[in-house]
Write a protein that binds this ligand. Structure first.
Ligand code: COA
Length: 317
């Protein structure tokens, strides 16, 4: 225990795509999208913008560094989660490292789709606890709209572009990450995936929505329960549950299964859509701005994504 979030920063493009805007692109309605997903709008990068995931990640990281009062020379590692990297390689984290002027340590990417932030936080905390790093930047940097198939109403309505970053570093006694659990089930890799540009088959994302829905509710509920139990707490001890913002029905179903009241579950998917690995820092940033995160609170972060991959971080804020 001991790795805390010293600062949170976010970035999202100004351009807003509302459900009414999407009605002009595919056969859908604001009513259908709202009732099935809770999403009302998403921010997306303007068509033809030269910005890459590393630019989004750099903007969010700069904001997080400023908030933490930490300089680039105090960062010993950068872990970036994303589903649409700048290039096949090197890691998007390496581009961010150069753009931030960070000279120490390492930079690498995590590929765990929408669960990437939770995976990266686990790695960063281990590096801090082991004394190998002073501060690690964990970034979810997602530019998803250009790789969507804008003729596929099953998927194009769901996603938005954004980045979120946290500076993970040593905190005061009694605070920080208590326990993490990560899980994957590769036999479900066909349920949700994004083809590479040269791959056979149609472009864009493939998603078996019903299967993803089921897996999200079951696995996230179980992993939150077991992570809390392993740390010697009860679910009702949680002060705040911050879930990957995929769909308001998924969030409500998990909250109900866990028996948590609505005020303990953060929801901002209606404003941003599903921003994959950026969604948890985006929700945390908003909660922090509203004064909903207070030192000493027991907070669980949990996410599920393609893989299937899922995980939970339990923290004493
Ligand atoms: C995608 C999702 C909203 C679809 O909701 P659903 O209740 O399962 O809807 P279905 O897939 O059964 O579709 C019902 C009907 O709506 C239609 N439909 C699908 N997308 C539509 C849209 N955007 N607008 C209008 N109708 C749509 C379907 O074609 C289907 O029509 P049919 O009955 O004539 O075949 C839901 O499955 C879901 O949220 N899944 C999880 C997605 C997710 O979170 N992914 C990311 C995880 S990290």
């Amino acid at each position: 225990m001991g790795a805390v979030f010293r600062g949170i920063g976010v970035y999202y493009p100004e351009t807003v795509l509302t459900n009414s805007d999407i009605e002009k692109i595919v056969e859908t309605t604001d009513e259908w999208i709202t009732t099935r997903t809770g999403i009302k709008q998403r921010h997306i990068i303007p068509k033809g913008s030269p910005l890459k995931a590393s630019d989004f990640g750099t903007f969010a990281a700069k904001a997080a560094l400023e908030k933490a009062g930490v300089g680039p020379d105090e960062i010993d590692g950068i872990i970036c989660a994303n589903i649409n990297p700048d290039k096949q390689f090197p890691a998007t984290a390496c581009f961010i490292q150069a753009k931030l002027g960070v000279k120490n340590g390492f930079a690498f990417d995590v590929t765990a789709a929408c669960a990437g932030f939770v995976y990266a936080v686990n790695m960063a905390a281990l590096l801090i606890d082991a004394g190998q790093c002073r501060n690690v930047l964990v970034i979810g940097a997602e530019i998803i709209s250009p790789v969507l198939d804008w003729t596929d109403r099953n998927t194009c309505i769901l996603f938005g572009d954004a980045a979120g970053a946290v500076v993970v570093g040593k905190g005061p006694e009694g605070r920080g990450l208590i326990r993490s659990q990560l899980k994957s089930d590769g036999t479900q890799s066909e349920v949700l995936y994004l083809n590479l540009p040269g791959d056979e088959g149609r472009r864009g994302m493939f998603m078996d929505g019903k299967q993803v829905f089921k897996a999200a509710v079951t696995e996230v509920t179980d992993i939150v329960r077991s992570t809390v139990a392993q740390a010697g707490f009860k679910v009702e001890d949680l002060d705040l549950l911050v879930l990957h913002q995929a769909n308001v029905r998924i969030l409500n179903a998990i909250a109900e299964k866990l028996g948590l009241p609505p005020e303990k579950v953060l929801i901002n998917v209606h404003k941003f859509g599903n921003t994959s690995s950026a969604s948890i820092p985006l929700a945390l940033h908003e909660a922090d701005g509203e004064g909903r995160l207070k030192p000493g609170m027991l907070v669980a972060l949990a996410a599920v994504g393609g893989g299937m991959s899922w995980g939970c971080n339990l923290m004493r804020w």
